[in-house]
Design a protein. Structure first.
Lengths: 387, 325, 353
């Protein structure tokens, strides 16, 4: 009913120019050695810490003003935890998070207060992230109230303006979240996040709970917001195609570590880390003629982050793994031939292409079935030629 | 399993210790001399002093508590004779060994509560299952209304009504009395039938409702549907898949109801004039009989704790996720 | 059970000779708010060894269709009309015991979330062997051996030991494999997979999809694959049925539907989906608005409130007249064949990349 095409007409005047991220000087946010270990309690007779879920285990990356950095990986890779660490919804176990040159990883509530309005979050579930007892107006003006900000023209006028920006009817100011569909709710979440004209938005799977057609609406909206308002994004998602569409740079995570980070083109067309290859090859493509694509089928699931494999964490599922991978953790470094800013953590990187003449099937069940089929087909053929 | 039992026993001992300390010190907070009771009507200060000495009331309260604790494990000597372990002391009022009195009375209460438990679990869960299976029919609605009416009944009202109906007017049953099971099982059963039914009524109604709602919830579970999709028969899926899951919340509530059950048992005793722990508890408090109060409290608490351990073990039996984590 | 089945024509003579044939299926259920038309006149056919992908968003009626094929809908509140023929056997009016003999035996289902679809109270082995014992009369020992064999086949390492594990002791991908083993244990000729990989990670999804394909080749089952992911159908299906608001709006082979789609809704789905090879500077082409409520679907073509091409249709046919879906390769749309082709080639195709 209210989903108009979203033309951000009323965007603030002070819009910084979107810059080419990799080249601009000082980063907006800079993360070094970031770790988050969730303790596991247990034991007898007195409970104590017996281990830790190493959800995030040493991250280094920068986010530049106005850019969108995509964070992809499978469940348990720590991407959502990372998002929560950046907004300080979780306390980091180690490492620093510098925002505009200032370490906020240990900042207390009062020190965080001015920064909170500049870093906002958009959540996955548009049903759980909006208070059902508050009107839309109250939800969106909430950040203004907390930070004691009075925009010119008053808060209500600003909220109506924001509703318009995200493509909702400003007349719906007094409605409650349950009166909106999932896609509309996510728009409300976006309006709340941009209400204070933040510098950085952490979006944690903002579209994965939505239907395909609605997903595209929200992706377009976020993209407009990012471009028009010059907001930097950390875009966390498991869908590689959505991340590619939205982000200028992309980091691939595996078991709490970044295994590869690069500009979008390099990552999607010239990946070096075997895991990036495997991920890309696993995405089912709606283009049925795209059969040149490599086919890599890994074995099993991601190991537990409680006791990750030694050395390179991907080695237990990797077809190139050698002894060195078990003993020595590969650093995240620039590999010769790669573009500036393309870093890979691998001892034996792949060729920079997503084409491959031989299939890699690590999964034993698949391999067995396919071998049997092949043998049967050959048997038939020889049978025919003989008959 | 062993570790579980060990941990729970350790916890239980701690709780019992706390309860005993609390009761003991609360007792002495009441400004009345317990020796007055033992002294009787023609009490002289000299006689009172002797009683004080005999009962150990001259010692400071912490010392008395310590002696009490030691007595439980070692036994104690009193003026009336030796009290062997487990010794909870001697009743101020009757000079009888507290432990012996409890051992004498406890089987009545145990029979009453366990019997009541069996009745309300059987009837409550059964009608709940039936209501869930026939959801939306007149049967379901009938059970629901009946459980609403019955849950507002009280033992002290229902008790006399049942007595009047089944004993005095029709003479179908004898007046309730306790006969030890080991003496005559049939008499034991017939004697307690009315009390069981009466005390289980309130619980039955609750368990009917709970069993129905958890069962309806379970029947909508995906794994129940998946079992049907495998071609397993309806009845099989109902009991093997849905019912098992519905038991977990019920066991939780049951654990919380154990103390209410003991309370209900005591009220029932009083209503039907059976002499169990309930009678004993009320008398002991009324007569400021410290050793008896302590004994009743600790035995009741131990009973509740043991029941809770059993309930927790039941979880593990029902749900492998509990057992294996 | 309230069935509104037509009386004319005996099941054996009507319908086609396809392995699975659904004709004019209506599934309506009564709720407090009114009648939900979950499936509103659906027909399709499926041959042995073939895969049909049913594509649609939430509330399109795709899952309800499959529950009604298995006869697992709530019989008290649901009315079913139409015909479902499985290998010539009519299912809509089949008795419960007939359906029980078919379920898990001739037709089986793979659920979306293996964590909720496997009972937490029984071992994986027991849950796999249960239908085998029931349908084949095998002994406990034979059924257990069969469970181990199936687990090995779907790629559970150390199947002999893991057969005695409970589902929560398996990882997500392993559990989904176990569920596949459970559905294939009696060698069903029809397999219904309801979003079988949606809950899985992408590398595991690729394994499971390939596994399903390979197993299909071995067992020769027909598969109905329900999904919202066009990438998954492109990978798996031979034919595609696009559903919207309880109705089929487009039908054709994978190539026809994905390469030359005819229905504006299909165009919308394709345009909404970012691709790994698409142009990143082009914005996505979302469908405006939200999916309609099935309590009160729009009149005429259910898609018309969200459709950008209604002005090309003369009069107000889109809002008043329900377009039919002809048999064979077709789309239920009032646009003429030339118009469809023209719109697709001129406005849609260039933007899909």
């Amino acid at each position: 009913m209210t989903e108009k095409s979203t033309t951000p007409t009323a965007v603030a005047a002070t819009v910084p120019e979107p810059r080419d991220a990799a080249e601009s000087g000082t980063p907006l946010m800079s993360v070094r050695g970031l770790k988050k270990h969730f303790p596991i309690k247990g034991g007898f007779p007195i409970k104590r810490t017996v281990g830790a879920v190493k959800a995030v285990d040493g991250l280094d990356f920068d986010v530049f003003a106005g850019e969108s950095l995509g964070l992809v990986g499978e469940s348990g890779c720590g991407k959502s935890t990372t998002g929560r660490l950046l907004t300080r919804l979780h306390e980091p176990s180690a490492g620093t998070i510098s925002y505009r040159g200032k370490d906020i990883s240990k900042a207390n509530r009062r020190q965080m207060a001015p920064i909170r309005s500049e870093i906002q979050m958009i959540f996955q579930d548009p049903y759980a992230s909006l208070n059902p007892r508050q009107t839309v107006g109250k939800i969106i003006s909430g950040p203004m109230e907390i930070n004691d900000i009075d925009p010119p023209g008053g808060r209500e006028a600003r909220v109506r303006e924001l509703l318009e920006i995200v493509g909702l009817n400003p007349e719906h100011y007094n409605r409650f979240p349950h009166e909106f569909s999932g896609g509309q709710r996510q728009r409300i979440g976006v309006a709340r996040a941009v209400a204070l004209q933040p510098k950085l938005i952490i979006a944690d799977e903002p579209v994965s709970a939505l239907d395909v057609s609605i997903q595209a609406q929200v992706v377009n909206l976020l993209q407009e917001v990012q471009r028009e308002m010059g907001i930097a994004f950390v875009f966390i998602a498991h869908d590689l195609a959505v991340v590619r569409h939205f982000s200028q740079r992309v980091a691939v995570m595996y078991l709490g570590k970044i295994v590869e980070i690069a500009d979008r083109d390099s990552l999607y067309t010239r990946p070096r880390h075997p895991y990036t290859h495997a991920l890309l090859s696993a995405v089912p493509d709606a283009d049925i003629d795209a059969d040149k694509k490599e086919r890599i089928r890994l074995e099993g699931d991601v190991p537990s982050p409680i006791s990750p494999p030694s050395g390179c964490r991907f080695r237990t599922r990797c077809w190139k793994a050698q002894d060195k991978c078990a003993t020595e953790e590969p650093p995240l470094v620039h590999i010769e031939g790669n573009r500036q800013g393309h870093l890979t953590a691998c001892h034996f990187p792949e060729d920079p292409t997503v084409e491959r003449d031989k299939e890699i099937v690590m999964d034993p069940a698949l391999a067995a079935l396919e071998e049997a089929h092949q043998a049967a087909a050959e048997g038939q053929e020889t049978g025919k030629s003989q008959g | 399993m062993l570790r579980f039992l060990l941990r729970r026993t350790l916890g239980a001992s701690l709780i019992l210790l706390l309860i005993s300390a609390f009761t003991f010190f609360m007792f002495f907070a009441i400004p009345q001399d317990p020796a007055m009771l033992a002294c009787g009507k023609n009490c002289t200060p000299d006689a009172l002093a002797i009683i004080h000495k005999n009962l150990g009331l001259d010692d400071p309260v912490p010392v008395q508590y310590w002696n009490f604790l030691i007595g439980i494990f070692q036994g104690r000597d009193f003026a009336v004779g030796h009290c062997s372990a487990p010794c909870f002391g001697v009743s101020f009022r009757t000079d009888e060994m507290v432990w012996d009195t409890i051992v004498d009375r406890f089987p009545t209460t145990l029979s009453l509560t366990i019997g009541g438990l069996v009745v309300f679990l059987f009837v409550g869960l059964g009608t709940g299952l039936l209501a869930a299976a026939k959801r939306g029919t007149w049967l379901d609605k009938g059970f629901s209304s009946a459980s609403l009416v019955l849950s507002s009944m009280q033992i002290y009202f229902l008790g006399p009504v049942c007595l009047g109906l089944f004993v005095y007017s029709t003479g179908w049953l004898d007046k309730p009395k306790y006969v030890p099971f080991t003496d005559d099982a049939a008499a034991w059963f017939m004697g307690l039938l009315i009390p069981w039914v009466v005390m289980s009524v309130i619980f039955t109604a609750n368990y009917t409702r709970m069993s129905r709602s958890t069962m309806i919830e379970q029947l909508q579970e995906e794994h129940v549907r998946a079992a049907r999709a495998k071609g397993m028969p309806k009845r099989y899926v109902f009991f093997r898949y849905a019912w098992r899951g519905s038991l977990i919340p019920i066991v939780t509530i049951l654990g919380m109801d154990i103390s209410a059950l003991l309370g209900g048992g005591m009220v029932t005793e009083l209503t039907f004039g059976l002499s169990g722990i309930g009678r004993l508890a009320i008398d002991s408090v009324n007569f400021k009989d410290l050793p008896l109060t302590m004994g009743v409290m600790l035995v009741s608490a131990a009973f509740i704790i043991v029941c809770n351990i059993i309930v927790d073990a039941l979880y593990a039996v029902i749900d492998p996720r509990v057992r294996l984590s | 059970m309230t069935t509104l089945t037509k009386t004319e024509g005996s099941p054996a003579t009507t319908g086609s000779d396809s392995f699975l044939s659904v004709r004019d299926l209506f599934v309506h259920f009564t709720t407090e708010d009114g009648i939900v038309k979950a499936v509103d006149g659906l027909s399709f056919d499926l041959e042995r060894g073939q895969t049909l992908g049913i594509v649609g968003e939430s509330g399109s009626g795709k899952s309800v269709t499959n529950l009604s094929i298995l006869g697992l809908h709530n019989k008290k509140s649901t009315s079913i009309d139409g015909e479902i023929l499985l290998d010539g056997k009519e299912l809509v009016n089949a008795t419960e015991s007939e359906m029980e003999r078919l379920r898990g035996n001739k037709m089986a289902m793979i659920f979306q979330d293996s964590l909720t679809a496997l009972s937490p109270y029984y071992t994986v082995g027991r849950q796999i062997s249960e239908p085998f014992r029931k349908h084949t009369g095998a002994s406990k020992k034979e059924a257990r051996d069969r469970a181990i064999e199936m687990l090995t086949k779907v790629g559970i390492p150390h199947a002999k030991q893991r057969v005695d594990d409970y589902p929560h002791q398996f990882s997500g991908g392993m559990r989904q494999r176990a569920m596949i083993a459970m559905s294939l244990v009696c060698n069903p000729s029809l397999l219904i997979a309801d979003e079988p990989t949606t809950a899985l990670d992408v590398t595991v999804q690729a394994q499971i999809l390939d596994l399903l394909k390979d197993l299909q080749q071995e067992f020769g089952s027909a598969i109905v694959m329900i999904t919202h992911d066009l990438g998954v159908v492109a990978n798996m299906a031979d034919d595609i049925l696009v559903m919207y608001a309880g109705r089929a709006v487009e039908r054709g082979s994978v190539r026809e539907v994905l390469k030359a789609p005819q229905h504006p809704y299909t165009w919308g789905l394709l345009g909404s989906m970012p691709r790994l090879s698409g142009d990143v500077d082009e914005p996505l082409l979302p469908i405006p608005g939200s999916p309609p409520s099935l309590l009160n679907p729009p009149t005429g073509c259910a898609f018309h409130p969200r459709c950008a091409f209604t002005d090309k249709v003369p009069g107000d046919a889109c809002a008043t007249e329900r377009p039919v879906l002809p048999t064979g390769r077709a789309a239920a749309c009032h646009l003429s064949a030339e118009q469809k082709q023209q719109v697709y080639i001129e406005t849609i195709q260039p933007r899909l990349g």
